[in-house]
Design a protein around this ligand. Structure first.
Ligand SMILES: CC(=O)SCCNC(=O)CCNC(=O)[C@H](O)C(C)(C)COP(=O)(O)OP(=O)(O)OC[C@H]1O[C@@H](n2cnc3c(N)ncnc32)[C@H](O)[C@@H]1OP(=O)(O)O
Ligand SMILES: CC(C)C(=O)C(=O)O
Ligand SMILES: [Mg+2]
Length: 558
């Protein structure tokens, strides 16, 4: 790269706008959307879509709710021509959907374009020519006056051709291609030429479509360009002011949003931003950005996963896992503090209330996504995320201090494995830490117990086996089974444990019901406390198991 990039690159001229109004506007309604997936998107693929894939994508676009769809460039190829004819001849155009076709400003192409639309109820013909100085000089060899005369001549020809086919309701769309790099006065003059040649007026609206053919400036400059045009265009009430952002600087969405503040009424783009070079503006992101502001976008992405998979299948281009709203990872938190906040937010979220979950701009369920992938655990994760997975996948809600204890077990594993810890692995870690000590082969394997009522409580006879295979009977008394088990352990195993906290809860119902007991215990010579866990169909047995589990863990630590 150059040390002095100013010797090679310069900003493009921008309109002088001392009194711009767009910064104090807000987005309150959706624009008219036009999908150019089948034209701009299709012209940017390694292999353009065949008829079946184009039709599949067309049907998806209709299903999502597009009312204007650019269906191709029929004068360019036999396949595009056949596709347009198929839509019309097979009556595949819903009554409220208008097809648009593109053409260069060339007589032969205009004739073929209008012919391709024979029999359509309504159609938009999209005529374009580049207007920027570089294109005038290098591509067309034309001065400004010649460009204006060129626009006038071709729009008049289009008007003549379409007037001869009155069974169709014709709409002109004119695009001064390279608008963002064109001097504002030249863009205005070209658009005015088109409006006059078409005779825009009542019943003869014109769509003026202003593109960032190549995005070359910051979005505020584009907004200034749009507002400048919006405030100066003649016959403004008969103009639908449209924009067509590309994404060369990665700011296509920002350009579109600021342009809407500046007076644009319609946006052209593609699903997920397919298109030339860095793509067209992504209409999914734009629509869902509006949705997240509480504005109904007029496009339906209730099953965004289906839309994404269909677009991938049709275009052959994979969606990035971090693509806004649709990527596989965009509703997933790996990092501890995010997980903690999401878990608390989900617990506090009022059903039917305003969405207020930290780190999640929209409710994934609105887009047909589940809460399952919200939290995934790796070495960056904390107790909150682990607790969420244990609760959701294994039905175990741990008290806070137990979450802290178990998260150090998980952290050690994640660090060593250098991999994600899924819900099954979490269960294995939990089992090894808390349940295995009281199972066969464990440090204090439980074989059974008997409880007998005694004055003031119960007496327990508790049969256990040590890891060395030694069978023992521990006897103790207490107010209840947990107290009695703790006393039995104290008197016979040499582990002087004290119960600090005990809780129990049942999971499920009927004959499948299981009880969880969680015990926090301390012992002399062991810093801090240790938790024990027991799970059993009988709640008293779960408590006894939890005491043994805590005792084994204290014994191992002592
Ligand atoms: C910003 C955009 O997305 S614009 C891209 C639009 N989409 C496409 O181009 C895809 C479909 N296009 C095609 O298949 C072909 O370009 C065709 C069939 C339309 C024309 O093909 P060809 O006649 O071989 O011309 P080619 O593609 O090389 O285009 C270049 C010629 O068109 C002229 N041209 C370019 N744009 C325009 C325009 N908007 N209006 C009139 N002429 C134009 C060029 O000046 C050049 O003319 P020259 O041959 O006299 O130097
Ligand atoms: C609007 C047309 C000409 C276009 O695709 C562009 O300029 O990017
Ligand atoms: Mg384009």
């Amino acid at each position: 790269m150059l040390q002095t990039p100013e010797t090679k690159y310069r900003p493009y001229p921008a309109p002088v706008m001392a009194d711009r109004r767009w910064p104090s506007q807000t987005l309150t309604q959706a624009p008219v959307w036009l999908s150019t997936d089948l034209r701009d998107g299709n012209q940017a693929l390694f292999e353009p879509m065949n008829a079946e894939r184009k039709l599949r994508l067309f049907e998806l676009l209709v299903g999502v709710g597009f009312k204007e769809i650019e269906v191709g460039f029929p004068a360019a190829s036999a396949s595009d021509h056949a596709f347009v004819r198929r839509l019309i001849d097979e009556q595949r155009l819903p009554a409220d959907v208008t097809p648009m076709v593109m053409t260069q400003a060339r007589e032969d192409l205009l004739v073929r374009t209008v012919e391709s639309l024979r029999g359509a109820r309504r159609a938009i013909v999209h005529l374009y020519n580049a207007t920027a100085p570089l294109w005038r000089r290098v591509v067309f060899g034309m001065g400004v006056d010649e460009v204006l005369a060129f626009v006038d001549r071709h729009v008049r020809l289009l008007r003549t051709l379409t007037d001869a086919a009155p069974e169709t309701e014709w709409v002109l769309q004119y695009s001064p291609e390279t608008f963002c790099m064109t001097e504002p006065e030249v863009s205005l003059a070209a658009c005015t030429a088109a409006l006059e040649a078409w005779d825009a007026g009542p019943g003869r609206p014109v769509i003026l479509n202003l593109p960032t053919t190549v995005e070359v400036a910051t979005p505020n400059v584009f907004a200034d360009q749009i507002e400048w045009m919006h405030r100066r265009l003649p016959r403004r009430q008969h103009v639908v002011l449209s924009i067509h952002p590309h994404n060369d600087r990665g700011t296509g969405v920002a350009c579109a949003e600021l342009a809407l503040l500046a007076g644009a009424q319609r946006v052209e783009g593609t699903l997920f931003g397919n298109g030339e070079r860095s793509g067209n503006v992504d209409l999914v992101t734009l629509a869902l950005n509006l949705y997240a502001l509480g504005v109904a976008p007029g496009l339906d992405f209730s099953d965004i996963g289906h839309v994404a998979r269909e677009v991938e299948a049709c275009t052959g281009l994979p969606l990035h896992p971090r693509h806004p709203y649709a990527g596989d990872l965009v509703f997933t938190a790996f990092s501890g503090s995010h997980q903690d906040a999401i878990r608390k937010g989900m617990a506090a979220q009022e059903p039917g209330g305003l969405w207020q979950v930290p780190y999640l701009p929209v409710d994934p369920q609105d887009l047909g996504r589940t809460y399952d992938g919200l939290i995934r655990v790796n070495s960056q994760s904390g107790k909150g995320g682990i607790a969420w997975l244990m609760e959701r996948h294994h039905g175990l809600a741990m008290p806070r201090r137990m979450q802290v204890e178990f998260s150090s077990v998980v952290q050690a594993h994640a660090d060593a494995a250098e991999a994600e810890v899924d819900a099954d692995t979490l269960w294995q870690l939990f089992d090894a830490a808390y349940l295995a000590p009281t199972a066969a082969g464990g440090a204090l394997a439980w074989h059974g117990h008997a409880l007998a009522a005694v004055p003031g409580g119960v007496e327990i006879s508790l049969d256990v086996t040590g890891a060395d295979g030694s069978a023992r009977r521990l006897v103790g008394r207490g107010a209840g089974p947990v107290d009695a088990a703790a006393q039995a352990v104290r008197s016979a195993s040499g582990i002087a444990l004290e119960i600090v906290h005990f809780e129990e809860r049942s999971i499920g119902g009927g004959s499948d019901a299981q009880a969880w007991a969680l015990v926090e215990a301390a012992a002399p010579g062991v810093a801090g406390t240790r938790f024990g866990a027991g799970r059993h169909a009988d709640i008293a047995t779960a408590g006894v198991l939890a005491v043994l589990s805590a005792a084994a863990r204290l014994g191992a630590a002592g």
